[in-house]
Design a protein around this ligand. Structure first.
Ligand code: ZN
Length: 214
């Protein structure tokens, strides 16, 4: 992966999240960890936002990728819970990741090469940040199991569960719900190559297509 820019290169990221820009002044955007013992705020709007697909961020979040909002440090304020914050310094690149020691939530992340910026998981914010995550870091590391907006349909018999019925990679043998629901495995049932889900024709996915790396 190429080195990360010293400072975010995109000084005028589109402000699509809000049309309220004209109605100044705007309140700070507030955020919190899962347990709520750590709270913070940033001045609105944030500087930029992006999806980070790199291995370190995936592991730190335990997720397919992490989405960050970047702000100038001087525009970030810790409101509560400072004593609970644990730090992890990644010696491979000098970055420091901060976590809530009570609940484990990743809080904010500082890069050695970008000393004036602080990067905060977008998911922690309780309101708009003023920036859409239209940029990607490490897209070549996008995991093949990451959800990228494929159309989804309801899974019959399991309210609240939807699935990507059309995935060419899926094998019926890989479908645990087929076993739980007693649906016939068509390989053994001799009826074809895929299970059928009558009445599940309304796609609820956005149909967005994303370029897959590697
Ligand atoms: Zn917490």
């Amino acid at each position: 992966m190429p080195p990360f820019p010293f400072e975010p290169p995109f000084g005028d990221a589109p402000d699509d999240e809000t049309s309220a820009k004209k109605i100044a002044p705007l309140k700070p955007a507030t955020g919190r960890c899962l347990c709520g013992k750590v709270r913070f705020e940033i001045d609105f709007p944030a500087f930029w936002a992006w999806h980070d697909h790199t291995k370190a961020s995936r592991r730190a979040h335990g997720a397919a990728y992490a989405t960050y909002v970047g702000v100038w440090k001087k525009r970030f304020r810790l409101l509560k819970g400072e004593a609970l914050i644990a730090r992890f310094e990644d010696k491979t690149n000098g970055s420091v990741r901060n976590f809530c020691s009570a609940c484990g939530t990743p809080l904010y992340y500082e890069r050695a090469r970008s000393k004036h910026m602080i990067n905060i998981p977008r998911a922690l914010f309780e309101s708009r940040t003023g920036r859409q995550p239209i940029y990607h870091i490490g897209i070549e590391e996008l995991q093949e199991w990451a959800y990228t907006g494929e159309p989804l349909v309801p899974l019959k018999g399991f309210p609240g569960v939807v699935w990507n019925r059309s995935s060419k990679k899926r094998r019926v043998d890989d479908d645990p719900f087929a076993v739980m629901s007693g649906r016939k495995n068509k390989r053994s049932g001799g009826e074809g190559t895929q299970t059928e889900e009558p009445g599940t024709t309304s796609p609820i996915g956005r149909g967005r297509r994303a370029k897959r790396g590697g």
